[in-house]
Design a binder for this molecule. Structure first.
Ligand SMILES: [Zn+2]
Length: 114
């Protein structure tokens, strides 16, 4: 059973008011999925992945060995463990959003797969 994805907090620039008369968009998670939320995986099997943003998706490993893509929000913490694959993610302020150390843990193949 797949846990419900938590909705990511909107990025400041995305905090737009809904246009009048427009229905609520039902697929916020899918949109976030496609719009710049970084995806990380731990194919290299490192003990910890340093990331530049507190909100990201963990997919565990490169497809087809990925676990359900879960949105992770560290909140006010500086580290979090993915409940699926146990990867420890540590927030590193010197990294830009979407960056990771090791960089091999960034999953950007989804653009090619889309
Ligand atoms: Zn994971």
């Amino acid at each position: 059973m797949a846990p419900r994805r938590r909705l990511p907090a909107p990025a400041p620039h995305a905090r737009e008011r809904p246009a009048a008369g427009r229905a609520r968009r039902p697929k916020a998670t899918e949109m976030a999925h496609d719009q710049g939320v970084p995806h990380f995986h731990n194919d290299p099997g490192v003990t910890a992945i340093h990331v530049g943003s507190r909100e990201f998706m963990c997919i565990g490993a490169r497809p087809p060995f990925d676990h359900p893509h879960v949105f992770i929000d560290m909140g006010r913490d500086d580290e979090v463990i993915c409940s699926y694959c146990g990867t420890l993610y540590k927030f590193k302020p010197t990294l830009s959003a979407g960056e990771a150390e090791p960089a091999a843990c960034i999953w950007d193949d989804r653009e090619a797969a889309a």
